[in-house]
Design a protein around this ligand. Structure first.
Ligand code: GUN
Length: 289
């Protein structure tokens, strides 16, 4: 039986409407809309597209968004000053610095400069540490979106075998931690993993997050597995594909996410959700003082 397609686009749309309702409630309770500021340094073409989608999604969800564009040659100091002023701006609930940054700006310094309360990417070490230890925190949007999709699919996680291919700080590592906390037995594979197929074939839930088209073939998938494709690769033909050989894997998997229309829209929905979470949690803390 062919796999069920997991429709991230339609789930994300539902979630974005829910966030929009929360944003309207926030406005009526606090006299201002929740706010997200996105900083784009330089003009990396892929980043331009992502940032445009993020800002457009805010408008639709009644979140005030601002895009700050800085020149590719801008100094680390100038970027830090911009972040500092946003950290203390009470109308800004979320700050997102689009990555990658130009080579002369140290990513770690910039991520650490963002107030953890406004770190809607969940990249700050305070949030990463809280995730690691199971404390409430802002979580990275893409892995969070994957977890929401699995939950929506009613995929059992407790005692399931989950294999994450890709060990990035943005996706693979935080996703592995979330799966572990949900009770899965987790294997994280990286570029040095030997006998990848032997590991992936164990997976009840297989996550591909590497950025290599066609990496996961049908032979690497256990029949009946749930396959989540986080990869977004543009082929020379212009076609957008994931890391999974979709057509053939769909013949063996129980469920599979398409690219585009799978994980991508969920990432943006989670960014909006994180912005609302950040706004509400600061407002709640202020109401207690
Ligand atoms: N570049 C690619 N993905 C991301 C993301 O999730 N957040 C940020 N800030 N930059 C990215």
């Amino acid at each position: 039986m062919p796999a069920q397609f997991i429709d991230g686009k339609s789930l994300a749309e539902t979630l974005r409407q829910q966030v929009g309702d929360r944003a309207k409630r926030f406005l009526s309770q606090h006299g201002r809309a929740p706010g997200l500021t996105v900083i784009l340094v330089g003009n990396n073409p892929a980043s331009e597209v992502y940032v445009r989608h993020k800002v457009a999604a805010c408008e639709k969800a009644s979140i005030v968004s601002e895009l700050i564009r800085l020149d590719a040659s801008c100094s680390t100091e100038a970027l830090l000053q911009t972040i500092q002023s946003l950290n203390t701006n009470p109308n800004v609930d979320g700050i997102l610095v689009q990555l990658p940054l130009p080579g002369h700006i140290p990513e770690k310094t910039i991520i650490e400069a963002i107030s953890p309360n406004k770190d809607v990417d969940g990249f700050h070490p305070v949030n990463a540490g809280a995730l690691f230890t199971g404390q409430p925190c802002l979580k990275p949007c893409t892995p969070l979106g994957v977890m929401v999709m699995l939950d929506h699919q009613k995929t059992p996680l407790r005692a399931a075998e989950a294999v994450v291919v890709g060990a990035s700080n943005i996706v693979g590592k935080p996703l592995a931690m979330m799966l572990l906390q949900a009770g899965a037995t987790v294997t994280i594979c990286n570029s040095k993993t030997q006998n990848l197929e032997e590991k992936t074939r164990r997976a009840d839930i297989l996550i591909a997050a590497v950025g290599r088209p066609g990496l996961i073939t049908a032979e690497m998938v256990k029949p009946g597995a749930v396959v989540i494709d986080v990869g977004i690769n543009r082929l020379a033909s212009g076609k957008l594909v994931g890391d999974v050989d979709f057509e053939n894997v769909a013949r063996v998997a129980k469920a599979i996410t398409p690219v585009p229309g799978g994980v991508g829209p969920m990432t943006i929905a989670m960014l909006l959700q994180n912005t609302l979470d950040a706004a509400e949690s600061v407002a709640h803390a202020q109401s207690l003082t």
